[in-house]
Design a protein around this ligand. Structure first.
Ligand code: HEC
Length: 505
């Protein structure tokens, strides 16, 4: 077990923080053992809406708000559906939730809620389940349906399990580094805001990051925050700041327009965190930490989605829990794939774009009007040590539809395993997903193994995000989409949560 060293919080008045929770929320799903299909003796089988609503439950068979549905929604939905949260209505109380009963059923049955992009598909069955998976089981969906069909009865408060439905903001045990927005950000009108904030984390030498947490200054509009470490290489912090200033005209505490990434050339970028609403602290796996350079800066790539009312974010913050204790393992979030002018060779390996059947030479271009357009990249691993994968994320922009990442082992097994599939990609809900397993169970990458990243795009007006982006640029027909960091550029990028023995590099 790592020992925490106690330090006074350092407050930076600049930048924001974000943490990419690989778990929207970390509540375990409620086990509904007593609520299954043999409960039909109650009113769920006799659905008479109006009458059922007034029944106070004395029969355990009757599915009620207090006994069953309140706890279920509290664990799976309330992290977003609370007063003042990102979701448009609260599911905290019976009075608030009851009018939406049938809509809740439709949303969970269609899979649109809770938002969880990683799915098991015919072509992708990752070896481990996902941690903090808020999706409802078939039994839980049935329970919700039985409740709605019975007229959404309230039941008897005395039958509620312990722990009331009150929503509590997630917290860290310690906030050793705090980065906060230097100035309020106003979100009004109907345009999304994509902005990058430059922050100085003020790391000491020998620091490992162990946990990250974003606290939204205005949870109604903050839609996601991805934070990046800008690595100094051989530069001093002042030189690194000057490099950012040269490219974007701002230094520490400033912000610039960006989309889908920090848009910086010629510097090393590593992910620090990725956060979406409902997120819990993003913690490094046991006995591990992310080593950080004392001269690094942090960029918070923030996305605000307007509500139609004028809204102000007075101070979103990124808090980090750090330690100086040596960690047995290093855990890092590494970005691999096609994005902008990134080099296709790094310490991890070499990447190559795959030529598609209709191309004379491989190129990353999604023609205007193309549907089901595929871009693929293969990455050949060259690190001489075995590395394990603890979390995975996919990243595309508005044209993206489906992204799948597979790992082809170079040993004689020649096994191919799927690491993640996000078949209904949605720019609004990007985050990373952690595997629910211990170190020995995690997928292993060895030298000469190949990673395949396959992205499918829809560059037609059927894609509502394409329509929206064109509209915002005053265009009415799709345009050719190249690689890049604009709303109508694309990427095909994997975020790999990697963990390996701490050998000091
Ligand atoms: C991670 C945040 C989050 C979680 C968790 C979540 N929701 Fe939502 N929900 C939203 C947001 C935001 C909207 C508004 C529409 C949108 O932006 O997609 C929404 C909209 C809805 C809607 C109306 C639109 C639709 O899709 O039908 C329903 C119904 C709904 N949620 C039900 C649920 C239920 C039931 C759960 C739990 C099983 C749940 N949600 C969990 C964020 C969340």
């Amino acid at each position: 077990m790592p020992m925490w060293t106690m330090r006074k919080p350092r407050h930076s008045s600049f930048g924001s923080g974000l943490s990419a929770c690989w778990g929207l929320v970390c509540c375990a799903s409620v086990v509904l053992s007593a609520c299954g299909g043999d409960d039909t003796s109650g009113s769920s089988g006799e659905a008479d809406g109006a009458a059922a609503q007034t029944v106070t439950s004395t029969q355990s068979a009757l599915v009620t708000w207090h006994k069953d549905i309140g706890p279920l929604l509290r664990d799976n939905c309330v992290s977003c559906h609370h007063t003042g949260g990102i979701a448009p209505f609260s599911l905290e109380t019976y009075e608030a939730a009851q009018p939406f009963a049938s809509q809740l059923v439709l949303a969970v049955e269609s899979g649109s809620m809770p938002p969880f992009l990683a799915r098991e598909t015919d072509t992708c069955k990752p070896r481990l389940p996902w941690a903090d998976d808020l999706r409802l089981s078939a039994e839980q969906k049935q329970l919700l349906r039985s409740w709605a069909d019975a007229g959404a009865p309230e039941g008897d408060a005395s039958t509620a399990p312990p722990d009331g439905p009150a929503y509590a903001e997630p917290t860290l045990e310690r906030e050793d580094v705090i980065m906060r927005l230097a100035e309020p950000i106003t979100v009004d009108g109907n345009r999304d805001i994509h902005t990058c904030v430059v922050a100085d984390p003020g790391f000491d030498a020998g620091t490992y990051v162990q946990a990250r947490l974003i606290t939204a200054g205005n949870p109604r509009v903050l839609h996601h925050v991805v934070s990046y470490l800008v690595q100094p290489g051989s530069l001093t912090k002042a030189e690194l700041e000057a490099t950012i200033r040269e490219q974007h005209g701002v230094g520490i505490g400033g912000r610039y327009e960006c989309f889908g990434g920090p848009g910086l050339e010629g510097v090393g970028i590593e992910m620090l965190d990725a956060w979406a609403p409902g997120g819990v602290p993003n913690r490094a796996p046991a006995n591990s930490g992310q080593p950080v350079d004392p001269n690094s800066l942090v960029i918070l790539d923030m996305h605000y989605h307007p509500t139609g009312q004028p809204e102000v974010d007075e101070g979103t913050k990124l808090s980090l829990m750090t330690t100086h204790e040596f960690q047995q393992y290093v855990s890092r979030l590494v970005l691999i794939g096609n994005f902008g002018a990134r080099p296709s060779e790094t310490v991890f390996g070499t990447g190559a774009l795959v030529k598609q059947p209709d191309e004379t030479e491989a190129q990353f271009l999604i023609p205007a009007g193309a549907k089901d357009h595929v871009e693929e990249m293969t990455w050949t691993w060259q690190l001489p040590i075995s590395i394990r994968v603890f979390a995975m994320g996919t990243h595309m922009h508005y044209v993206g539809q489906d992204m799948q990442i597979t790992l082809e082992h170079a040993d004689e097994s020649a096994r191919t395993e799927c690491l993640i599939d996000t078949p209904q990609w949605d720019y609004n809900w990007q985050r990373a997903y952690a595997y629910d397993g211990n170190y020995d169970q995690l997928p292993v990458i060895n030298s000469a193994d190949k990673l395949h990243m396959r992205c499918v795009y829809d560059n037609t007006l059927d894609n509502r995000y394409v329509s929206l982006a064109l509209d915002q640029q005053g265009k009415d027909q799709p345009v050719d989409v190249p690689l890049g960091e604009d709303t109508l550029d694309e990427m095909c990028l994997g975020a790999f949560g990697l963990i390996y023995p701490n050998l000091g590099f």
